[in-house]
Design a protein around this ligand. Structure first.
Ligand SMILES: CC(C)(COP(=O)(O)OP(=O)(O)OC[C@H]1O[C@@H](n2cnc3c(N)ncnc32)[C@H](O)[C@@H]1OP(=O)(O)O)[C@@H](O)C(=O)NCCC(=O)NCCS
Length: 178
């Protein structure tokens, strides 16, 4: 059975496992190999404990469970994009599904949970930064109604230089339904 729900403190460990496995595969050839090799379990668990506990940027975390095991996660919160009015846009900072469970609807369900929460919190717009060369992810977001909004920047994760493009989608309709 598949369940998508907010993360609990005990989820930090399984999220870290999915994080490491998914990054190593999805970002092979996109992020520096040495950086991907260096991703260690314990620092990732500590990171996820902090995020789930609401420390730092106070993001929210969502998990996808399949038959009781965590196979995907999303992290969302207020966008810190400098060109957007504070409070206007929410952001999905991370969205990953374990390679063995991709293409089976879980990514969309995680995205929907994160977007519904951002909408409920009053954000009008949702943004997502995607590596320009991550073509499958870009297609996934386009399928979910996102469009590239023209913003782009260079990210230095792992010591490299990677172009990130921003995708955006409206949340709360600005014009009420008739
Ligand atoms: C991107 C990712 C989160 C999508 O999750 P997923 O569970 O594989 O996707 P879903 O099965 O929920 O697909 C939802 C929809 O997107 C479409 N889709 C998914 N991946 C696609 C792709 N590569 N190309 C085109 N369409 C795609 C599906 O066909 C489906 O469309 P439908 O609703 O019309 O049937 C997941 O594949 C993943 O973790 N990829 C590797 C990491 C990554 O790049 N994450 C994004 C970082 S920004």
């Amino acid at each position: 059975m598949d369940v998508v729900r907010p993360a609990r403190p005990a989820d930090a460990e399984p999220i870290a496992i999915v994080h490491r496995v998914t990054w190593r595969l999805a970002y092979r050839g996109l992020l520096p190999a040495a950086y991907l090799r260096r991703l260690r379990h314990e620092p990732l668990v500590a990171r996820w404990r902090d995020v789930i506990a609401g420390r730092g940027r106070r993001d929210r975390v969502w998990v996808a469970e399949r038959d009781g095991g965590i196979v995907g996660f999303a992290e969302s919160g207020a966008s810190d994009a400098r060109d957007l009015e504070p409070g206007f846009a929410g952001e999905v900072y991370m969205l990953y599904v374990h390679p063995a469970h991709q293409g089976q609807g879980l990514g969309r369900r995680l995205l929907d949970a994160a977007l519904a929460d951002l909408e409920e919190r009053g954000f009008f717009w949702a943004v997502i930064g995607v590596l320009e060369r991550n073509a499958p992810a870009r297609r996934f977001y386009e399928r979910a109604g996102f469009v590239a909004d023209g913003a782009r920047w260079v990210d230095h994760t792992g010591g490299g230089q990677h172009v990130v493009v921003r995708y955006a989608r409206p949340l709360n309709p600005l014009v009420p339904d008739p």
